[in-house]
Structures are given as C-alpha cells and as structure tokens.
Design a protein around this ligand. Structure first.
Ligand code: NDP
Length: 513
C-alpha cells in the first residue's frame, strides 16, 4: 500500500475488498481502505448502539467538552488535515482551508455551545381547558444510531460536519464517506478519539454504494448528502424502514445581475463562486442571467478574470486558484456539457478544455450565447464552467432561474437592496443571497437545505440538530387533581348539554385560537 502525503489510518474492520484512493492532482494511488460488506456494517451498528447510552449520559456539557477539544485538535492539526483533504480531492490548499478547516472550527464550537439551547425541554402553554393546571412539555431525545452518508467534494464539511450535531444530540454515528475520499473521515475519527470521544460513538464505514445501502438498513435516521439520483434511492430505502431521512442533494444555482448592480463586485463573485473548489460545490454559481444594459461589461470583466486563474496541481498555499476534478466520471460530464453547448451555438470566451498531462484538470471556462436547450444551463455540471445569458429584465431572469428541477441556492446583485431582496424572495431556492453568494452556508444559525429536487430537510440552525431527535410530548397532572374528569362515564344528558354550552361560549364567536 502506497502512502505519499499523509499517514495511513487504521481501518475499523477487516477488509472483504480493498478500495484504492487516488490523488486526483497526480493520478497516484495514495492509500487503500477496506470495503465493508453488509455483515461488517451490522457489526458496527451493534457496537454503535451499545456505545450510545453511555455517550448520552455525558449530558450536553460533557459532550461539549469533547467537541471543544476537537475544535482545538483541528486547529493544532490543521496542516495535517489540509494535506489529507488536498491529497484525496486535489482541491487547492485555500479551498480546503476556508471551506473545510474554517468550517470545522466554526461547527465544533457552534454545536458545543448551542446544542443544549436547541434541545432543551420547551414549556408549552395551551388555551385548551381540558389541560388547565397541567404541566406541558416538549422534549427532544436522541434517536439512537444515526447514519451519515457523504459525497466526495467536501470530505470534512459534508461528511464529518453532519456528524457533529448528531453526536451533540447524544447519538452515536456511523459515517459512510465517499469511496473517493475516505481518508479525512478516518483521520477525524482518530482525532476525536484522542479528544476523549468514547469508543464506537463515531465509526467510519468505508465502502462503496452498497456499504451505504447496508447502513440504511441498521440506523434510526439517515443523513445523506450527494446526488439527487442517489438521494431518491436513499429516500426509498428509508421509507421502506420508516426511518427519517434528511437529504442534501444537487443544485444548479442561478445568479441574477440586475442593471443597477455593482458590476465589478458581481464579476468578482461570479468568478470566485463558480470556480472555487473547481466548481465542485453543491451551491456553486452554475449559471448567470444578466440584464441587457450591463451584459457586455459583466461578460468582459468575468472573462478577463477567469483567464487569469491558474489551474493545476496544488503544491501548497498560493500555488493555484483552481484544483483538480476529484471524481473521474465528473470530467466526462463537464466535457459533455461544454461540447453540447458549443454544438448548439454557444461561444467559449475562456478555457473550454481538459488540461493535458498528469492529474485531472479542466480549464476555467466561460460560455456565452447559451440558452435553456443546453445541458450547461439545465443539468448540474459540477465543474469550473460559467455559462452567462443575457435577459431583457428581472422578470425574465426570475422565470429562467426558476426553470429548473433544482432549488438549492441563488444570488441576486443590485445596488437597490430592497429590489434585490424582492427578487430573491421570488426565487424557488432553499437560500438566496443578495449581493453575495454561498455565504449563507457559513451562517450556522440559518437553515441550509434545498427546495424542489435539491433535497428534503436541512442542516444547521435548530432544525439541523432536532432532526437527529424524536419529539416526546409530556403532560403532567398535579397530584391535587379530581378523582375523575367531568366528561368521563357515566354519560349524562345534563353534562353533555353543559359541555355543548361551554363549547359554544368558547368557540361560537369564531375568535378563539
Ligand atoms: P453520489 O450520490 O454519487 O454519492 C453520495 C454518497 O452516496 C457516496 O458516499 C456514495 O458512495 C453513496 N451511495 C451511492 N449509492 C448509494 C446507495 N444506493 N445507497 C446509499 N449510499 C449510496 O454523490 P457524489 O459523491 O457524486 O457527490 C456529488 C453530489 O453531491 C452533487 O450532486 C452535489 O450537488 C451533491 N452535494 C450536495 C450538497 C448539499 O448540501 N446539498 C453538498 C455537497 C454535495 P460512493 O461514493 O462510494 O459511490
């Protein structure tokens, strides 16, 4: 087994098969990990279940202490984690630093601090006369064993990141990282153990799709991030078992540039948020609609900025702006979308081709004269491409932005922020940023999730941890209660008439909530 850029991490289980992990920036095989079969997953599930009650008994403060140690561990080991992420994704140092190490620091601290508040018992008040004097509580209790299945584009943020609130809620977790990028998850599991996380509270089930499918058969809830196609399969499997599923799926995020926008800012944001992580972000800007008066200026600025980007193997901080295409089949999708657009009349103003030589890279690409007959405007490209379309007005931009099966993120640029917000509110998306893009992801207080085929449920915010719990309604009657209630047996005409009168007084005016 070859390892070049990081230490090999011990596998959790004896392998039935081995999966090779490639560095997409070099083409080298850097590690092998076991592919766990269904029996091995069942074994992990049994261990996870027996570890959970002890972990729950730590309480919020005890669990928070472990998470805060993990926050510090990530910062102390930032270089080692970054190297691991870069080695298995081929992304740039900066893309790993900002969206993974930065996210990790933020997320460990956020959930350590906020989990207790989000999950504290809620005292409920009721105007219902039958419960007058009773104590009413809504309680959130951990579901038990959570399965997390992650994609390859953010091995920390979209895999380990979703385990943090699940663990803070008091669950044990089995994480099935993408077969393409398992090393970051294995390293973090090791780090969490060093920070005092009890054995088997977080276990890593390395493997392919079948390992993920096996995991769904054993857990109490599944948190899935990946493509819409696989998300449907996960939803079906979860439905068969009647367990909740939270699905964070694909996107085709639109950006709208109105005629009164700060064109320089809009061009910088379009360039960065379409090319960041080589476009392999669920909430990348994947298409732009520009009002006619500023279209030429915007296109000229973006094309110039994109042509200046350096693409290639990341050698460390500051070496390149655009890294590798992590997942081999993704290269074919990107090439197909560009070729389809060109064949239907689009012009390439920058890039357009796979770069020659070792590693898997695609030139940062700008396409114009595009329309919705082209795949680049309707299907998720997930690569460093930016198609830009001219529109007559904001209404046309909104109509085209909403002409998609997806609805993950969106952005609107206008110096008139009220107008920008009004346009943002018309977009069918889980998030919409005005004069910004993607930034909502960093706001852990806000829910992040998709509309339409981009997902079900959300991460972050109160809902991002309550989804790992079941709700329990508790009603406590004080000890000085009557021996029986008035509506109980035996039924008497006088009591029935009295109750009818009471209901009329209470509800007969159509005013009482
Ligand atoms: P996939 O859907 O191909 O895979 C996601 C995960 O599911 C992988 O771990 C995969 O394993 C596993 N898997 C595959 N088949 C099954 C199955 N039948 N049952 C259970 N698990 C299975 O997605 P990608 O990894 O290609 O990720 C890219 C996609 O993720 C893009 O569409 C992107 O938009 C989306 N995404 C969404 C985000 C969001 O927050 N909405 C964030 C990040 C990405 P293996 O890799 O081993 O095949």
């Amino acid at each position: 087994m070859a390892t070049v850029e990081h230490e090999q991490v011990e596998a959790e289980q004896a392998p039935s098969n081995l999966i090779e992990v490639e560095n997409p920036g070099t083409g080298e095989i850097i590690a092998t990990v076991p592919e766990l079969d269904a029996a091995a997953v069942a074994e992990l599930a049994a261990r996870g279940r027996s570890a959970q009650p002890h972990w729950e008994s730590y309480g919020f403060q005890g669990r928070a202490r472990v998470m805060l140690r993990a926050q510090k561990w990530v910062m102390d080991n930032a270089e080692r984690i970054t190297k691991t992420i870069v080695s298995e994704t081929g992304k740039t140092w900066e893309d790993a630093q900002l969206a993974e190490i930065g996210y990790a620091g933020n997320a460990f601290g956020f959930w350590a601090k906020e989990a207790e508040g989000f999950l504290a018992d809620e005292k409920v008040r009721s105007s219902q006369v039958l419960v007058l004097g009773k104590k009413l509580l809504l309680r959130h209790r951990p579901l038990g064993l959570i399965g997390v299945i992650g994609p390859w584009n953010y091995p920390f943020t979209n895999s380990v990141g979703d385990c943090i609130p699940a663990m803070m809620a008091g669950n044990s977790v089995i994480l099935k990282p993408s077969e393409i990028t398992p090393l970051t998850s294995m390293l973090l599991a090791e780090g969490l153990r060093e920070c005092g996380l009890p054995e088997n509270v977080l276990q890593i089930a390395t493997g392919r799709g079948a390992t993920g499918a096996a995991l769904i058969e054993h857990v109490d809830m599944i948190m899935f991030t990946g493509s819409t196609k696989t998300g449907r399969k996960v939803a079906e499997a979860a439905a068969r078992r009647l367990i909740p599923a939270s699905l964070e799926l694909g996107g085709k995020d639109p950006m709208i540039v109105l005629a009164d926008a700060d064109v320089e800012r809009a061009a910088n944001f379009a360039t960065y948020y379409s090319m960041q992580n080589a476009g392999q972000t669920c909430i990348s800007i994947e298409r732009v609609y520009v009002e006619a008066p500023v279209y030429d200026e915007f296109v000229a600025k973006v094309s110039e900025k994109v042509r200046e980007l350096r693409v290639g193997r990341p050698e460390g901080p500051g070496s390149v702006e655009v890294g590798a295409i992590t997942f081999p089949p993704q290269m074919e999708t990107i090439k197909d979308h560009v070729a389809d657009a060109v064949q239907k009349g689009a012009r390439v103003l920058a890039g357009g081709n796979q770069t020659p030589g070792a590693g898997r890279f695609f030139e940062p690409t700008v396409l114009v004269d595009v329309d919705h007959t082209m795949k680049c405007m309707t299907e998720e490209t997930f690569g460093p491409t930016l198609p830009i379309m001219k529109v007559g007005d904001a209404d046309e931009a909104v109509r085209l932005a909403n002409d998609s099966v997806y609805g993950l993120g969106a952005s609107v640029f206008s110096k008139d922020t009220e107008r920008g917000e009004a346009v943002a509110r018309r977009l069918q998306s889980g998030a919409a940023n005005v004069n910004d893009a993607m930034i909502n992801y960093t706001v852990l207080e806000l829910p992040m999730g998709g509309a339409k085929s981009s997902g079900l449920g959300s991460r972050h915010g109160a809902g991002g941890i309550r989804k790992y719990c079941s709700q329990q309604a508790i009603v406590v009657t004080p000890k000085l209660a009557m021996k029986k209630e008035i509506f109980m047996y035996p039924y008497k005409s006088r009591t029935s008439k009295m109750l009818a009168g009471l209901f009329k007084v209470m509800y007969g005016r159509g005013k009482r909530a």
